[in-house]
Design a binder for this molecule. Structure first.
Ligand code: BG6
Length: 480
C-alpha cells in the first residue's frame, strides 16, 4: 500500500436495504413486515421515538412510498449494471425475512422469495460483485409481532435461526459476507423501527429493549454457529450504528455523560464481539430496573459464537451535555445529544464530522482488534434534477471525500479496515422519514414523495467521482 491508496482487495461498494428499495411489498408471496406498516413523514418520526403503544396498521388513503420503493424488485438487473459500471467490488443489501418466511413461523420457506435472491446474487456475481447480505435490516414478519409479541419472546430466537440456516444453505458457495442484524444498538433508541418492539404506555422501556436485545444476541450467536457448520469460510459480522461521542465541555460531568452514552453501544458490541456482557452491565441493568430472563446455556453460546468482523454505520457524531435542560438539542440525531457548535449540519440536522469517523475507527479497533467494515456512510440531501439529466451533487462529493480521507488516515495509522459501502448508493426511501426526498445516491431515481415520476435512473456527478475513487483505489481522493 502506498500512502495515498487503500489496501489491495479493499471492498469498495454501496449499500441498501430490502425494505427501502425493493417495493413489490405484496408480490412473490411476501408477507407483511413491520417496515410495511410504518407511516411516512412526520407520523413516522413521532413513532420512531415514542411508539403508539400498539402495532401500527396500514392507514387506508395514505400513500406509502416504501410499498413501491424504487422498484428494485423488478429493476435489479439495470441497477446492478450501474453498480458494476462504477466498479463496485461489493454490494450490501438485506434479505426481506417476509419473502422467505412470510409469517415467520411457516412450515416451509417460500420458494419464490428464495429464487428472487438467487437471481440478485447471480446477477452480482456475473458482474464480479461480492454480495454482502444483512439477514435482518429493520424489518421482520408482522405476524411474529402479532402472534408472539416480537423479540420479547424467546421463541423468535429459534425462528430466526431457522431463517438464517435456510439462507446459508441456499446461498452456500455464493455469499461469503453476512451481517446478522442491522444497527442492533438502535433497539435502545428507536425500538419499533429497529426491532418491532411496541412499548405500552407506562411500561419500563428498558426491560422490553434489553430482553429483546438478549434474544437477538442469542439469535446472532446461533446464526454464527450455523454458518460455521454449513460454510466455515463465511465471514459473519455484527453491525452497530456508530459514531464518536464528545463531552460538550470540559466539565467532568459532561465526560462522564459521554462515557455512559458510549456504553450503551459498547454493551451491544461487547456481547457480540467479546462474547459476554461488559462488567458494568449488572449495575446498568439494576439502575434501569431490568431483570433479564436467561437460560443456563446462554453464556456459553454467546462466548463461543462471536462475530468475525465489526461493521458499522457512520453519519454523524454526538455531543452530550450533563445538563438535562440544555436548550440546543440536536434535532436530527437519533442518538439524542446537543448541538456541537464546531460542526455544520445537513438539511436534516445531522452534524457533519469526518474527523469523528477516524476517531470512531480507532475507538473500535482499540477495544476489539477485529477487522472493521464501514457499511453505511453518506449525505442525505434534496438533490435537484436539472435539465439535460444533470445532478450537481458537489456537496455529497465533498462529504464523502472528507470521510474517506479520514478513513485512509486511520488505515495508515494501523486500523484494519476491510471495506466501505456508502449508504443508499442509489436513491431510496429514507428510514427515518419514509420518503424519497432525502436522497443519498450516486444514481438519481426519478420518483417523488407522492409516487409521481418515471423511476428512471440518472447518473449524478458523484457517480463519476466514485467510479474514479474506486478505479484508483482511493488515490484520486483529495486531502481537503
Ligand atoms: C441507518 C439505517 O440508520 O441510517 C438505514 O441502517 C437508514 O436503514 C440510514 O436509511 C440513513 O437514515 P435515513 O433516516 O436518512 O434514511
Amino acid at each position: 500500500m502506498t500512502a495515498a491508496t487503500f489496501p489491495e482487495n479493499f471492498l469498495w461498494g454501496g449499500a441498501v436495504a430490502a425494505n427501502q428499495v425493493e417495493g413489490a411489498y405484496r408480490e412473490g408471496g411476501k408477507g407483511l413486515s413491520t417496515a410495511d406498516v410504518l407511516p411516512p413523514a412526520s407520523a413516522r418520526f413521532k413513532l420512531l421515538f415514542h411508539g403508539k403503544g400498539e402495532i401500527p396498521q396500514i392507514e387506508p388513503g395514505t400513500f406509502y412510498p416504501s410499498h413501491e420503493g424504487i422498484d428494485f424488485y423488478h429493476r435489479y438487473k439495470e441497477d446492478i449494471a450501474l453498480f458494476a459500471e462504477m466498479g463496485f467490488k461489493v454490494f450490501r443489501t438485506s434479505v426481506a425475512w417476509t419473502r422467505i418466511f412470510p409469517n415467520g413461523d411457516d412450515e416451509a420457506p417460500n420458494e419464490e422469495g428464495l429464487k428472487f435472491y438467487d437471481n440478485v446474487i447471480d446477477e452480482l456475481l456475473k458482474h464480479g460483485i461480492e454480495p454482502l447480505l444483512t439477514i435482518s435490516h429493520f424489518d421482520m414478519p408482522l405476524a411474529l409481532l402479532e402472534n408472539y409479541g416480537g423479540w420479547r419472546n424467546r421463541e423468535l430466537v429459534k425462528l430466526y435461526e431457522r431463517y438464517a440456516r435456510t439462507l446459508f444453505e441456499r446461498y452456500k458457495g455464493k455469499v461469503k459476507y453476512w451481517i446478522t442484524f442491522n444497527e442492533i444498538n438502535m433497539l435502545a433508541h428507536i425500538p419499533f423501527i429497529s426491532g418491532g418492539i411496541v412499548i405500552a404506555e407506562g411500561e419500563n422501556k428498558a426491560q422490553a429493549v434489553y430482553q429483546s436485545a438478549h434474544h437477538q444476541f442469542l439469535a446472532s450467536a446461533l446464526a454464527v454457529k450455523a454458518a460455521r457448520e454449513l460454510r466455515p469460510e463465511a465471514m459473519i459480522g455484527c453491525m452497530v450504528a456508530g459514531g464518536a461521542t464528545y463531552p460538550l465541555t470540559s466539565k467532568p460531568e459532561d465526560s462522564l455523560e459521554a462515557m455512559e452514552h458510549d456504553r450503551i453501544t459498547q454493551l451491544f458490541t461487547d456481547v457480540m464481539v467479546k462474547g459476554s456482557y461488559p462488567y458494568y452491565a449488572a449495575d446498568f441493568f439494576r439502575k434501569k430496573n431490568v431483570q433479564l430472563q436467561t437460560e443456563p446455556e446462554d453464556a456459553e453460546l454467546l462466548r463461543r459464537y462471536t462475530v468475525d468482523f465489526i461493521s458499522f454505520s457512520y453519519y454523524t457524531s454526538t455531543a452530550v451535555s450533563s445538563d438535562p435542560e440544555h436548550p440546543d438539542k440536536a434535532s436530527g440525531n437519533l442518538f439524542g445529544g446537543v448541538v456541537n457548535p464546531y460542526l455544520k449540519a445537513s438539511d436534516w440536522g445531522w452534524q457533519i464530522d469526518p474527523l469523528g469517523l477516524r476517531y470512531a475507527l480507532h475507538q473500535l479497533y482499540e477495544r476489539y482488534g477485529k477487522p472493521l467494515f464501514i457499511v453505511e456512510n453518506g449525505l442525505g440531501a434534496s438533490d435537484v434534477l436539472e435539465p439535460g439529466d444533470v445532478v450537481n451533487d458537489d456537496y455529497r462529493i465533498d462529504y464523502l471525500n472528507r470521510h474517506l480521507a479520514e478513513a485512509r488516515k486511520a488505515i495508515e495509522e494501523g486500523v484494519e479496515l476491510i471495506g466501505y459501502t456508502s449508504w443508499g448508493c442509489i436513491d431510496l426511501i429514507s428510514a427515518s422519514t419514509g420518503e424519497m426526498k432525502k436522497r443519498y445516491g450516486y444514481i438519481y431515481v426519478d420518483r417523488d414523495n407522492d409516487g409521481s415520476g418515471s423511476l428512471r435512473r440518472v447518473r449524478k456527478k458523484s457517480f463519476h467521482w466514485y467510479k474514479q475513487v474506486i478505479a484508483t483505489n482511493g488515490a484520486s481522493l483529495s486531502e481537503e
